[in-house]
Design a protein around this ligand. Structure first.
Ligand code: ZN
Length: 384
């Protein structure tokens, strides 16, 4: 757990004020629980034990409620060649928290996580009729709605649905919602009202989560599948499309390179000064040992021109320039953290300089926005 800020506008947030006091308390404490990226593992039991030890509160349902209202976003991140991890992102975290010395991310940077689509609020409300979820008749029952036992619609494994009704009815667009525990409310085109109630195992097998890798969005072409290694044909097709989009790229990505043994100090300074300018840094920023090492490593594998492009390209990517998450990630250890990112930023800057259409960020951005929004339809209501 770490010390975090609570902003006054979060205390008075109209939508949060329509949620049970326990869910509001949980929302505040989840910031302390999350890592310095604003992420925590999507394991409701772990959260429960850490945040409300010894209480039988419906923590899992509250998490789902906060997801439904857009305060939290369920995400998935690739942690290995064929392994993914589900995490939850505290949506306003980058905007509100000031992290002086961020710790190494446990699962990845939030910019590398893909949001999982969630059903809109009215789709969730359709479950009230489907499962005859009773309305709460007292204020206390609205604070602590009773669960209704419901089976997984595929395998029958039991879980609970909770009907959350508005507490004060003061928010014009908040009509309550339905949240789940031990089950998931899943968007499913083939299910009635486009929504299914499934256990996690059935969800994984029947509605696997697509991972559009944010680092593979160049020209809308997936260079490398995040879920695994592409087949030879896929790789060849992707390569061909990329070369078609930008003939220069095909050459630079496939050319084997030799490590340069001696890096002139002048080149290091040049790259540093370029980065400083793109990041809008003042003269108080120094070229310390760590930054020197990063740039040296970069110049060891790439030409000076490529290095200059790499320290520029991030500023056209909405995940990094602050457009998507409200915070700029421009530090050298983030921009230059591995070959995949270096090459992505180099390619983006190359495209910009050549006047080519920019990578298809808009798809990724729209996906992030749709999940983060209140319902995906009433854009902006969930904003603080
Ligand atoms: Zn099931």
């Amino acid at each position: 757990m770490r010390g975090r800020w609570v902003k006054p506008e979060e205390i008075t947030d109209e939508l949060l004020n329509e949620l049970p006091i326990g869910a509001r308390q949980l929302y505040i404490w989840l910031r302390n629980y999350a890592d310095d990226q604003g992420l925590f593992a999507d394991s409701p039991n772990e959260v429960h034990l850490a945040v409300f030890p010894g209480h039988s509160y419906p923590v899992e349902a509250w998490i789902d409620l906060l997801v439904a209202t857009g305060k939290l976003t369920r995400m998935v991140v690739t942690t290995g060649r064929h392994r993914t991890k589900r995490v939850v992102f505290v949506k306003n975290f980058p905007k509100h928290q000031i992290i002086q010395r961020p710790s190494q991310p446990k699962w990845g940077y939030v910019t590398d996580c893909a949001p999982i689509p969630v059903p809109a609020l009215d789709q969730r409300l359709a479950l009230i009729d489907r499962y005859q979820l009773p309305a709460a008749d007292t204020d206390l029952a609205r604070e602590f709605p009773q669960p209704t036992r419901v089976p997984c619609e595929s395998c029958g494994r039991p879980g609970d649905l909770y009907r959350f009704d508005p507490l004060r009815g003061a928010h014009p667009e908040w009509d309550g919602t339905v949240a789940a525990a031990r089950l998931e409310i899943v968007t499913a085109a083939d299910a009635p009202d486009g929504v299914a109630v499934l256990c996690r195992a059935c969800r994984a097998s029947q509605h696997p989560i697509d991972i559009p890798p944010p680092t593979a969005l160049f020209g809308g072409v997936e260079i490398e599948s995040a879920a695994g290694t592409p087949t030879a044909e896929e790789a060849a097709a992707a390569e061909a499309t990329i070369t078609e989009l930008n003939p220069k790229l095909g050459q630079t990505t496939s050319r084997p390179r030799k490590r340069r043994p001696d890096i002139p100090d002048g080149e290091i300074v040049k790259v540093f000064e370029a980065w400083k300018e793109h990041a809008g840094k003042t003269s108080r920023v120094v070229l310390d040992e760590k930054r020197t090492r990063l740039i040296k490593k970069l110049l060891g594998s790439y030409t000076l021109d490529e290095a200059l492009l790499a320290v520029e390209g991030w500023k056209y990517h909405p995940f990094y320039n602050g457009e998507t998450y409200g915070r700029v990630w421009s530090e050298l250890h983030i921009v230059l953290r591995d070959a995949q990112h270096i090459e992505m930023f180099r390619d983006i800057a190359t495209a910009v300089h050549d006047g080519l259409p920019l990578p298809d960020f808009h798809t990724a951005k729209k996906q992030a926005a749709a999940v983060g929004d209140f319902t995906g339809q009433h854009s902006g209501v969930g904003e603080m």
